[in-house]
Design a protein around this ligand. Structure first.
Ligand SMILES: Cc1cc2nc3c(=O)[nH]c(=O)nc-3n(C[C@H](O)[C@H](O)[C@H](O)COP(=O)(O)O)c2cc1C
Length: 395
């Protein structure tokens, strides 16, 4: 990968940290645009009370000067406001006389609690929960939002919307990119279909009342993607595979689809594959349809990238499922933490942003360069090449 990043931080620790390496110099950065993405992640009908405590904003402590990247590693920090109430609980140094009242001994089905506890030999499963929590996605979104500003320089845009919650789906067919982008902003569940939006909210209310939770499906779309990002030559360079892994890395995502996805298994090839034509006006090879979701052979076709993630229902239930006291081995009810009922709209924002890291990385792999000017020069030369190929065949 051309871009590398790591995150660190516990859910109730002092804050979340990320280091991003490989971003070229002179990329203009707007901090408030990163904060806007963090705010979007915190919204969405069905989220719990934690999001009322946190109002995330990012601090950049390295790699950026006077609004432009330096080419050095970029360090980001987001404070956990809730930490104030957890200072002793999460203290990195021993606190004399402290006895935790927040130990977790009853693992929650669907969480990392039990596996992580056994693997890392933790008797208090909180030591697992704190890192496994999707609170971590806040700082990943910050990294992604930064990459979004880089890829915007290449006229790449991204949007995301929710297409299903708890079995309620949007009507078939999609308007174009800009309509989706506008409409998703107006819905509390980021759904472009008003009638479905209302039904989705009703499903969330019903689950909440029953002490239950719901999942769903979100869709991310990139437009303005150049042809030929990624590569067919090596498994770990296939951009569709890289992006599928990124979606799967989001907590609670259990499935990924690209383009037509699973539906393709039911149809004839003639109904699936996208015919090719030459757009003489724009001097571009195009596809008649985009069932492939913007990828063929692990490379971008130049059509929109369309990728979906399936999110399981939230695992923490107010009416908890069966579990076991890990010490006594007696049957009990699972622990309950403050929790969302539905986080599909938030997961859509997470996916939208963190997929920008992959696209930024692929752009850097294809065009190279240590300064933005150098990358743009290489990109310009490639665009020119694309608009002139192929020259007339020799007789
Ligand atoms: C944005 C977002 C918010 C989430 N909020 C919660 C939550 O409040 N409660 C919960 O139990 N799980 C929540 N999850 C899901 C868990 O983090 C996830 O199920 C858990 O870490 C186990 O990982 P796995 O489901 O991928 O196996 C959330 C996930 C995302 C993406």
């Amino acid at each position: 990968m051309t871009l590398r990043y790591f995150t660190a931080g516990e859910s109730h620790g002092p804050g979340l940290t990320a280091i991003l390496e490989g971003m070229p110099s002179h990329v203009p950065l707007n901090l408030s645009q990163i904060n806007q993405q963090l705010a979007r992640r915190q919204q969405g009908y069905g989220r719990g009370d934690r999001m009322k405590i946190e109002s995330d904003s990012v601090r950049i402590t390295s790699g950026v000067r006077h609004g432009k990247t330096l080419g050095s590693p970029i360090a980001l920090w987001i404070e956990n406001k809730d930490h104030a109430a957890w200072a002793d609980e999460m203290s990195p140094v021993a606190v004399r006389g402290f006895q935790s009242k927040r130990c977790i001994f009853y693992p929650r089905p669907g969480h990392a609690d039990l596996n992580g506890g056994l693997k890392y030999d933790h008797t208090d499963l909180r030591n697992v929960l704190e890192r496994a929590s999707a609170r971590e996605t806040a700082v990943r979104v910050a990294v992604g939002a930064l990459c979004l500003q880089f890829i915007s320089t290449f006229n790449v845009s991204v949007t995301a919307h929710v297409i299903q919650i708890g079995g309620v789906g949007i009507s078939k067919g999609r308007p174009d990119f800009s309509v989706i982008n506008q409409k998703q902003q107006k819905s509390p569940v980021r759904c472009i279909d008003d009638a479905a939006s209302k039904k989705m909210m009703a499903v969330i209310d019903k689950a909440k009342k029953a002490g239950d939770s719901v999942g769903g499906i979100f869709e991310v779309i990139f437009s303005g993607i150049p042809t030929g990002l990624g590569s067919h030559v090596q498994a770990d360079r296939k951009l569709d595979a890289i992006m599928a892994r990124t979606v799967m890395s989001i907590q609670a995502v259990k499935g990924v689809e690209i383009g037509m996805g699973f539906l393709a298994a039911e149809l004839l090839g003639s109904k699936v594959h996208d015919g090719i034509y030459y757009d003489r006006k724009n001097k571009k090879f195009r596809r008649r349809t985009n069932n492939a979701g913007g990828f063929e052979g692990g490379m971008t076709t130049g059509e929109n990238i369309v990728i979906r993630g399936v999110m399981k229902p939230i695992s923490t239930l107010l009416k908890p499922l069966e579990s076991v006291d890990v010490h006594t081995k007696k049957t009990c009810r699972a622990s309950v933490e403050r929790s969302d009922i539905c986080a599909v709209p938030a997961a859509a924002v997470v996916a939208e942003n963190i997929l920008c890291i992959d696209v930024a990385s692929a752009i850097l792999e294809k065009f190279g360069g240590d300064s933005l000017k150098e990358v743009l020069k290489n990109y310009g030369a490639y665009c020119k090449y694309l608009s002139t190929c192929y020259p007339a065949r020799h007789k």
